[in-house]
Design a protein around this ligand. Sequence first.
Ligand SMILES: Cc1cc2nc3c(=O)[nH]c(=O)nc-3n(C[C@H](O)[C@H](O)[C@H](O)COP(=O)(O)OP(=O)(O)OC[C@H]3O[C@@H](n4cnc5c(N)ncnc54)[C@H](O)[C@@H]3O)c2cc1C
Length: 373
Amino acid sequence: MRHQQIPQDESFTEWLAGFRSWAGKCPDDEDAWRRAASQGLLSLAAPEAPGGANAGYESACLALEAFADESGLSGLPFAMAAQMWACQEPLLEFGTKDQQDRYLNPLMAGGAVGAFAATEYDSGSDLLSLRTHADRHSDGRWRLNGAKTFVTNGPAADVFLILARTADGSAISGLTAFLVPRDTPGLHIGNVIDKAGLAGAQLASLHLDNCVVADTELLGSTGGGFAVLMHAMRYERAFILAPTLGLMARALREAIEHVQSRNQFGQPLAAYDTIRQRLVRMHLSLTSAREVLYATARQADGSSLNHGRSSLTKLHVSTEFNRFCQELPDLYGGYALLPETGAIALLADAVASRYYSGTSDMQMKIIAEGLGL
Ligand SMILES: Cc1cc2nc3c(=O)[nH]c(=O)nc-3n(C[C@H](O)[C@H](O)[C@H](O)COP(=O)(O)OP(=O)(O)OC[C@H]3O[C@@H](n4cnc5c(N)ncnc54)[C@H](O)[C@@H]3O)c2cc1C
């Protein structure tokens, strides 16, 4: 594991202020990903050697939070974070120099988009039962067959990190990770999946039909796919929810403005205890979610990040995000149903946060195991 010791220095603070100001004006268009990447967002956490800024995980999370807060975008920061944690981190840990040159550098610079494809229709929480398989032929190349679904960034991705079965029996040694470029013969990318929430993040299914992959595209070793999966999940579970802190901060500010400016019974809504208490509970949810996530980021920067801590972070932040979003519509009454308040869209994001990177039930299971249960 990569250990980093990165204090928040002056140059990062300056960069973050500039990034905030850029994000506040970021137009929500097709070029937004590339422009956010050219600001340096995707390379913050990576060490210098493969072209990163070596600013650490806390800095990267602060930037993701700021991006969502200032822009009000939810799907784009989520999709970029998915690439950072589930594609770039495994490439940093397991990638050869050649793989880092070909894939990691363009991903960090915004010249390419990455997607992580593990989930299958019959293998969601029970991921280790996945059936996509890869067979090595006499020419030394692999043939991948199967189907993946819920692949974030799937519609636009230039490279897919695909988990496939290379041996029967134990999942621990039976899975292998492959880097599959978009134009690989036999890789078919489905249409954008229609979904609620996370507007701007696009998901697709994949079909692998005798998809031919060279031996040089294995990430890690044959049978090393479980380690790649665990590495990706350790970072994704810890930090995928960083943008939601910004979304909550923004929603809280807007809700406070609303209750201060709307009068009922001759007084602003903010004068009523039920309204004030709702806002205090939302503030508490945001504060405690933020404390836990950044404490985890500092742990990752300082020494290590273990699975139990990652799952605890994902569970806690998503739970507080859901609590927050349960309260939010009631501050607006009927106006919550109008898209401009964003209350229902945020609620849909909160619901999604209970499922991606492993459901809350699965995080509980991991935490319980860590307690020796
Ligand atoms: C927005 C979004 C983005 C995603 N992006 C990606 C991606 O980029 N790449 C990728 O590979 N996957 C991705 N996923 C898939 C995600 O990882 C799965 O949705 C998740 O693992 C849950 O699987 P499932 O949806 O099949 O639910 P299921 O496994 O069918 O679970 C349904 C319900 O049953 C519960 N359950 C299941 N088993 C148990 C059990 N043993 N004990 C108790 N309760 C149980 C679950 O907790 C859940 O509440 C994404 C999902 C979403 C929503």
